[in-house]
Design a protein around this ligand. Structure first.
Ligand SMILES: [Zn+2]
Length: 347
């Protein structure tokens, strides 16, 4: 027993060394393929390392290998780990914003069972079950739809195409660190999570946090959509801490309160009182430029054109109702037996 316990930390170190080497190999291979040098500010790295767990071993050490080899880091806002369930594969994605080229590499879990010496000796084909390269820049794809068809319809990045292309296109066009980080938590960057950013900005303008000790935002998300993951990252409004309550609506209910995007409360926990806004979000409030190519491009394109409104979130938002909330009302809005839109008096 003592012997086993003594061995465990050593095993973990060996695992980490293999993972670190995996990250290093991924970076070396991708940088060669993209013809970029260490420290190139045009390069973005996205990875599932840190979330993926392979045969019981965590994968965060791969991030260390990536950083050492490429120079990219979270501090430079050019390396992010994208949320995936732990049982999904560990992959690496390198994007060069200078030309839109991207390389995707997925680790072969078999290779990760080797000792460090054995692992170092493996060829790229043995380390990675997939290495693929594609141009994912939306402006390039608009003129090369045949290449886009190959990438998206044939799943060149093992099903991660939209997720990775969306995040990298917005990153390349100056998406802020906090927004990119929130989209990585959401798994992808879609118009839905962008609407979350706009709603958050709107609420912050109308109901600013004046007392950072007592005040916080609480969201009664009804109906739910991708927006809700942004509030968790930006406001720390998580369900576990009663910051976010999420309920779906039937189609008939959605029709009854057009564009309803939930109830947003600035809550003062000392005064046990808050200010609430029932907000609507109308994606069709303005006529956005339209993507005319194959369907895989439409949301990617919408991601880009929506960024023009990042300083004008009110374009899409309307106040359905403004009201005060006390502790009893807050409890009713959150309670499973109640209908929050009826409690709020908007339905
Ligand atoms: Zn989404």
């Amino acid at each position: 027993m003592v012997l086993i316990l003594a061995l465990v930390p050593g095993l973990a170190l060996a695992d980490n060394a293999v993972m670190q080497e995996l990250g290093s190999k991924a970076a070396k291979t991708a940088m060669q393929d993209l013809k970029v040098e260490k420290g190139d500010a045009n390069v973005l790295i996205l990875t599932s390392a840190g979330h993926a767990i392979v045969d019981g071993r965590t994968t965060q050490a791969a991030i260390k290998g990536l950083t050492e080899e490429s120079g990219n880091s979270i501090g430079d806002a050019n390396l992010f780990h994208v949320l995936r369930p732990y049982w999904k594969p560990v992959w690496f994605y390198f994007f060069n914003k200078a030309n839109g080229e991207a390389v995707f590499l997925q680790a072969d879990s078999m290779a990760l069972n080797k000792s460090l010496e054995e692992f170092k000796a493996l060829s790229n084909d043995q380390v990675f079950s997939r290495i693929s390269k594609a141009n994912v820049d939306i402006d390039y794809l608009a003129n090369h739809t045949d290449e886009g068809n190959e990438t998206f319809n044939k799943k060149a990045f093992n099903g991660n195409e939209f997720s990775l292309a969306g995040i990298s296109n917005v990153w390349a066009r100056g998406g802020s660190f906090d927004f990119i980080q929130a989209t990585c938590f959401h798994d992808h960057l879609c118009p839905g999570v962008t609407s979350g950013l706009f709603l958050a900005e709107y609420v912050e303008e109308k109901l600013p946090i004046n007392n950072i000790t007592a005040e916080s935002y609480k969201v009664i998300s009804c109906p739910n959509w991708c927006k809700d993951d942004l509030f968790q990252m930006r406001w720390d409004a998580t369900p576990g801490k009663s910051g976010l309550f999420v309920m779906a609506l039937t189609d008939a209910e959605k029709k009854a309160v057009p564009n309803i995007a939930g109830i947003y409360i600035r809550w003062n926990d000392t005064a046990k009182a808050g200010d609430a806004l029932a907000l609507g979000f109308n994606f069709s409030a303005v006529k956005l430029p339209q993507w005319t190519g194959p369907s895989w491009g439409s949301k990617l394109y919408q991601d880009i054109v929506l960024m023009d409104y990042v300083d004008k979130p009110e374009t899409f938002i309307n106040v359905i109702k403004e009201f005060d909330v006390d502790a009893a009302k807050l409890a009713m809005l959150q309670n499973a037996g109640m209908h929050p839109l009826k409690v709020a008096g908007v339905m």
